[in-house]
Design a protein around this ligand. Sequence first.
Ligand code: FES
Length: 240
Amino acid sequence: MANFKPRILGFLCNWCSYAGADQCGVSRYQYPPNIKVIRVMCSGRVDLAFVLRAFANGNDGVFVGGCWLGDCHYITEGNYDALSMMHLGKKLLEYSGINPDRLRLESVSASEGVRYAEIVAEFTDNLVEMGPLGSGEGMDQETLKLKLDAITNLLPYIKLVEREKLRVRFESREGYEEFFASDELNLLFNEMIVDKLAISQIMVLLQEKDLSPREIADNLHMSQSEVSKHLKAMIYLTKH
Ligand code: FES
């Protein structure tokens, strides 16, 4: 889209990426002015709810900057949790029809001002190619809101699943990438989250207006048999 200037919200760890961004500014390295920054004490502090709210507030991309693995300043090593959060967030976005590359996590140390500038420039270029959030996905704003609300409403459950089933620790980013692309993870995601997310979408839709199963199916691009299955599950849940 001509003249599209993406909006990016960045969550930067105080001890590394924020200092890296500061060094970038002090050294007068040039990078696109599309990013607004929120300083957090550790990348592990960035909750999925923050990411979803950033998208709901009109940001086209969300950037999380943390310390390199092994360099987190806290004994809980929050940057490992941040990696898990990002990969799970990407899967939720993807399922909802939103480009998962709109969420990006990178390690940037306090001395890597140039790296920070390069990453922001590259992320901005990527988002320009993706287009504005929603229309870039071929989705109107009403549908986008519905998809984001459906994930947000399910977050307490998703966090429980993440804590009980997906809390893994690998020593490298590649370990997380492999795990979150594995059949084992996809099976778990499908079994534990996909149906609940579909039900959450139906519930958000029905809060707005009364619709027949066929209209629900049309709105959510589901088959009528899928909608019937989810409606039966909803009725069962309300009775038990
Ligand atoms: Fe920087 Fe934890 S202190 S990621």
